[in-house]
Design a protein around this ligand. Structure first.
Ligand code: PAF
Length: 281
């Protein structure tokens, strides 16, 4: 496994690989790798000759006062896990190399970045779209895999790829969960033991909503109201939003009459968690 730390060296290596006719799969990450990331790598690996991952905690997608400084950085362990997962190249650039002095260009994906997390994290998806486009331009992957836990992120990237005619296939991968259903996330480690227990309720309530939907309740507001009332009985969970959206466009739905996603964000203590579930095929 190669570890490449400079943008220039990575771009040279991708040019060489492409010239040699190699197919490149890519999984961008912010490190602190867990089973969720490893599942993306395992899904990407058989689709290409070379599997590249990036490890970069992207300051542009963290708002002021967010957890950028505290974000867990575990580079040595990440390298061991990447090697075991069959990664060929870890691209771990320095911030000064990706955002040199004078950097001034950003990417805004207008509509799908609004609402849901976008309403509470101004500038977040601009930061995500900008770094992902930069990484695509450096790594030049044929296929890139993203987790469906960050569903809005996946849709933002799909929209950017479509709008900017990028020559990369974007694949979503099902959320990987702990045994009790909690979606895997680097932020889970911020939870105290009692908060961690409470966090499992999110998926339980989402599953119950899906069951209600499958039994015939297709009114979005009724499904939403029920989850709001369940969450309000848990004072340790502060709901930020719960919403039902069209799965392709993220437009809000009144009636769940097409493939949809029910997405929520909460705070448990100081930790912000998101999760979602699909409604309909
Ligand atoms: O999902 C993440 O870890 C990040 O948002 C990403 C896609 C690596 C961009 O920094």
């Amino acid at each position: 496994m190669q570890v490449i730390k400079s943008v220039h060296a990575m771009a040279e290596e991708t040019a060489r690989l492409r010239q040699a006719g190699k197919r490149i799969a890519f999984v961008p990450t912010m490190g602190n790798l867990h089973e969720g990331h490893l599942a993306l790598m395992r899904a990407a690996k058989p689709q290409a000759d070379i599997l590249v991952i990036s490890i970069f905690v992207n300051p542009m997608q963290f708002g002021p006062g967010s957890d950028f400084d505290a974000y867990p950085r575990t580079f040595r362990e990440d390298l061991k896990k990447s090697e075991a997962a069959g990664v060929d190249i870890v691209f771990a650039p320095a911030e000064s190399d990706l955002y040199p002095e004078g950097f001034q260009t950003t990417v805004t994906v207008l509509e799908v970045s609004k609402g849901l997390c976008g309403a509470f994290r101004p500038g977040h998806f601009k930061g995500v779209a900008t770094i992902v486009l930069k990484l695509f331009n450096i790594v030049k992957p044929h296929v890139a895999v993203f987790g469906e836990k960050d569903f809005q992120q996946l849709i933002v990237i799909r929209q950017m790829v479509k709008d900017l005619n990028l020559d990369v296939a974007i694949q979503g991968h099902a959320t990987v969960r702990e045994a009790d259903g909690l979606a895997m996330s680097s932020r889970n480690q911020y939870l105290s033991p009692s908060e961690r227990q409470r966090a499992a309720l999110l998926y339980k309530y989402l599953q119950q909503a899906k069951e209600r939907f499958e039994k015939g309740e297709h009114r979005a507001q009724a499904l939403i109201a029920r989850i709001q009332s369940e969450l309000s009985r848990n004072p340790g969970i502060a709901l930020q939003y719960v919403s039902i959206r069209d799965r392709d466009t993220l437009k809000p739905l009144d009636t769940v009459d097409r493939p949809a996603v029910m997405a929520l964000a909460v705070h448990i203590g100081t930790t912000r968690l998101i999760d979602n579930i699909f409604l309909g095929d």
